[in-house]
Ligand binder design. Structure first.
Ligand SMILES: [Fe+2]
Ligand SMILES: [Fe+2]
Length: 340
């Protein structure tokens, strides 16, 4: 089911979106997002609408006297070309409970407002309005939101473990790794485009609302929250798939020869000859599909007692089971009886 296209159904929404976006951004469309592309590992700026003063907004790591390199806290798991290309998009896990329906409704509502304020429209029945700047706007905004749930869930589970003096059964680690991976997506796109003041204000407001809301919601119903993130990741997987499809159709010519920045090449260990923008989108999409699997699975479990199936060892290792990597990836997650 193509959830992406069913979210914004009212005829009012696209025109309202355009009106708000034009009003807020027209006097300073340059300020909404400035693209600064890098070709090759030296991050030479091939295309930029940034003012000189903004170039240092996201500077490279500082040279120090003794430190050569600071590696990622969680190295990215290996992924093959076949796995990258085999990611399933437009997959939707049907709502089975009231909690699922609440979670899905919340995602659809969040999606509506995000589309509205980011000026996003991807509707084959209407003229194509996306371009590289709008795509980057969407990616950056999406990633600043996507990195919140993992950190909040990890932190709350850590605190619960401390105050109840009980073990957590391995969930914290996966939640924090999820948040770290999302932040790496953000940092990668920040090497390629730079938000202006309007975007920065939107990000600030969205984090204020979403981080606090998610914190409170996780205290009340962690299972609903994991389901919410599962549905959010369905949307993210669809979004990156549509960007790849548009790139393949030649609708985003600025990306045809665009290379992934150095930070991405190192983090995903992108092989020589597979370091284009298209390759980068394939890696990011695979990560979103992994998050989709993780959170739909965690949403199926007993939150207080079940061990985390993604870091567990199995009695029968020959049977397909969840893992930290991309083998046995299940788009709709694993049912509890299959893993616990
Ligand atoms: Fe992401
Ligand atoms: Fe994600």
């Amino acid at each position: 089911m193509n959830t992406t296209r069913t979210v914004c159904t009212t005829s009012l929404a696209p025109s309202l979106s355009r009106a708000i976006h034009q009003t807020l951004c027209s006097q300073s469309s340059k300020h909404a997002l400035r693209a600064s592309y890098s070709i090759g590992l030296n991050a030479n700026r091939q295309f930029s609408t940034s003012r000189q003063s903004h170039i240092e907004f996201f500077p490279p790591a500082k040279e120090t006297q003794n430190i050569k390199y600071t590696p990622p806290a969680w190295p990215h798991p290996e992924i093959t070309e076949k796995q990258l290309n085999g990611i399933e998009a437009f997959v939707h896990r049907d709502c089975q409970t009231l909690s699922d329906k609440v979670a899905y409704g919340m995602v659809k509502t969040a999606r509506f407002w995000m589309d509205l304020f980011s000026g996003y429209r991807h509707d084959e029945t209407k003229p194509y309005v996306m371009n590289e700047r709008k795509w980057f706007t969407r990616f950056i905004f999406l990633e600043t939101i996507a990195a919140v749930p993992g950190m909040t869930a990890g932190m709350l589970r850590h605190f619960r473990s401390l105050r109840r003096m009980k073990r957590d059964n391995g969930w914290i680690e996966t939640c924090l790794e999820d948040a770290y991976n999302e932040r790496m997506h953000l940092l990668t796109f920040m090497k390629m485009a730079e938000p202006g003041w309007f975007m920065k204000m939107m990000i600030l407001a969205a984090q204020g609302v979403f981080a606090n809301g998610f914190f409170l919601a996780y205290l009340v119903s962690p299972a609903t929250c994991h389901r919410f993130v599962g549905y959010l990741e369905e949307e993210a997987t669809n979004t990156y798939t549509m960007a790849i499809q548009d790139l393949d159709k030649g609708l985003i010519p600025a990306w045809n020869k665009l290379q992934a920045p150095d930070i991405a090449v190192k983090y995903w260990n992108m092989p020589e000859g597979h370091r284009t923008m298209r390759d980068l989108l394939l890696y990011v999409r695979a990560d979103e599909a992994k998050h989709r699997e993780i959170h739909h699975t965690l949403g199926n479990l007993n939150q207080a007692e079940d061990p985390n199936p993604f870091v567990s060892e199995y009695k029968d290792a020959s049977k397909p089971h969840p893992s930290n990597g991309f083998e046995n990836l299940r788009s709709k997650g694993w049912e509890r009886e299959d893993v616990v």
